[in-house]
Structure formats: C-alpha cells, structure tokens
Ligand binder design. Structure first.
Ligand code: ADP
Ligand code: MG
Length: 250
C-alpha cells in the first residue's frame, strides 16, 4: 500500500530525513518510534505531501504521491491534484485540529461534502454511523470545546474516516491527552486495526505497539535504525540506540 524509497528531506542546512526506505502492506499497522526530532512527523507529512521530498519518492496504492512520472522525470502535481490525492490519506494530528466553530457532525461531514461532492444527506447518514463507531453518537450537535480531549480526538478519527481513505496516518494521537483518556483513543485505533485498516502510527505507547503493530520501526536522526516484528524490535533490539531509547520510554 505504501512504498517509501530513498526519501531525503532538509530544512535549510538541517537534513531531517536521510534516506528513508519503508514498505507498508495493505491491512497492516506500522508503529514508528523514535526520540523527539528524529524526523517522524516529517516522514508522515511527506507521505501525504504536506512536505515535499528533496529526493526519492513515495507511492500509495501504486500511485506516486505529489508527482507524476513522465519518462524518467518527476513533475510536481498541481495543488488541485494534490488535494484530491490527500483525500485518500487520512491524517490524525496530536492536537485534534477540529474546526472550533463547527459541531461534531459538521466537522465530520465538511470534507465529504466539500472535497468529494457528497450530498449532505448521504454525508450526514455516513457521519452518524462513524460517530457511533467511535462511541460518540450522542455528541453530534456538540461543539469541540464542549468535549474532552479524548472525545475530540475520536471525532478527529471519525472525520478522517469519513473520506474512506486507503491509508490512515496518526501523529502522536494520544500525546496531548490526560493519561486517563489515552485508552479510549487507543481502543478506537485498535478497533480499526482489527477491521483491517492500513495505518502508520507515530506513538510512544509501547504497550499499544506490542499489541497492535505488525511492524515496529525505530527512527533516529533521520534514519530507520531498525524495523521488524514488535517482539523483535521491542524485546530483542539489535541496536544500541534502540535499546537506549526503549530503556527511557518503558
Ligand atoms: P519528530 O516528529 O521525530 O519529533 P520532526 O519531524 O518534527 O521530528 O522534526 C525533525 C527535525 O526537523 C527537528 O529538528 C525539527 O526542528 C525540524 N523541523 C521540522 N519541521 C520543520 C520546518 N518546517 N522548518 C524547519 N525545521 C523543521
Ligand atoms: Mg513529531
């Protein structure tokens, strides 16, 4: 589903991604771990072309992200085409990023109506099912500020699902939450995993990684240091840097 090849990205003189290669199979969950500043968010952002890559390429479901190939050259897509591609890749942010002036139902239906041209009636019907799925059927008319952080993040997940994406990206979805609210959000993500949703999740929740991930990837200083099954990477890491990181977060 996802192929990342030799991706490099710098901000000015700072090289943040130093040659990333990654594959994610359909229906699998990949958890990315790594210290702050190692390039995890930047990698996620390149996968839906919120950041351009300097070198290398990324494809999702066989289609290049952000570019089209002509001969052996890559040409950047126009903004409209980028936006269209982006509807197929859901993104859930650390800080929820809900529209504060819209109700929960309006937050979930905005993109299907505006970006996919769905009728309001269909979008509302689909949104009600999604809200039920994330346990918020009774909050449809609430505004984000009337909800807990955990509830807001579950709305953000419903909103991402409303576009029926091929792939969901999560950037530290529980880092902004009070500890007692982390579980309800992880449970929703776990449920999506059980239903075969393809996901890449940046998180420091090692228990979640152990239970849900098919592959755990450890990043440091813009590189993938090691990756493999959770039992291998988490319980028998091969690299000193992985061991040092895990000893701090476990
Ligand atoms: P992580 O998510 O692993 O903490 P990031 O991908 O957010 O790491 O950041 C990696 C490095 O890139 C950091 O040093 C960060 O300060 C820098 N960085 C990220 N985004 C930008 C940007 N838009 N402009 C300049 N530097 C950036
Ligand atoms: Mg980050």
């Amino acid at each position: 589903m996802v192929e990342v090849r030799s991706v490099h990205k710098s901000f000015g003189s700072l090289e943040v991604l130093r040659g990333i290669d990654l594959e994610v199979r359909t229906g699998e969950v990949t958890v990315i771990l790594g210290p702050s500043g190692s390039g995890k968010s930047t990698l996620l952002r390149t996968i839906n072309h919120l950041e351009k890559v300097d070198n290398g390429w990324i494809s999702v479901d066989g289609t290049l992200v952000g570019y089209r190939r002509s001969g052996d050259k890559l040409y950047e897509l126009r903004e409209r085409e980028v936006l269209k591609q982006r509807t197929q890749i859901g993104f859930v942010f650390q800080n929820f990023n809900l529209f504060p002036h819209l109700t929960v139902l309006e937050n979930v239906t905005e993109a299907p109506v505006a970006a996919l041209g769905r009728s309001k009636k269909d979008a509302f019907a689909a949104a009600e099912k999604l809200l039920d799925r994330v346990g918020l059927a009774d909050k449809a008319t609430a505004y984000p500020k009337q909800l807990s952080g955990g509830q807001q993040q579950r709305v953000a997940i419903a909103r991402a699902l409303a576009l029926e994406p091929k792939l969901l990206l999560f950037d530290e979805p529980t880092s902004a939450l009070d500890p007692e609210l982390v579980g309800e959000v992880l449970d929703v993500i776990k449920d999506l995993a059980l239903q075969g949703t393809t996901m890449i999740v940046v998180t420091h929740e090692i228990g979640f990684a152990r239970e849900v991930a098919d592959t755990v990837v450890f990043m440091d200083e813009g590189r993938i240091v090691e990756q493999g099954a959770p039992a291998d990477v988490l319980d028998a890491p091969q690299h000193e840097r992985t061991r040092a990181f895990l000893s701090k977060v476990l």
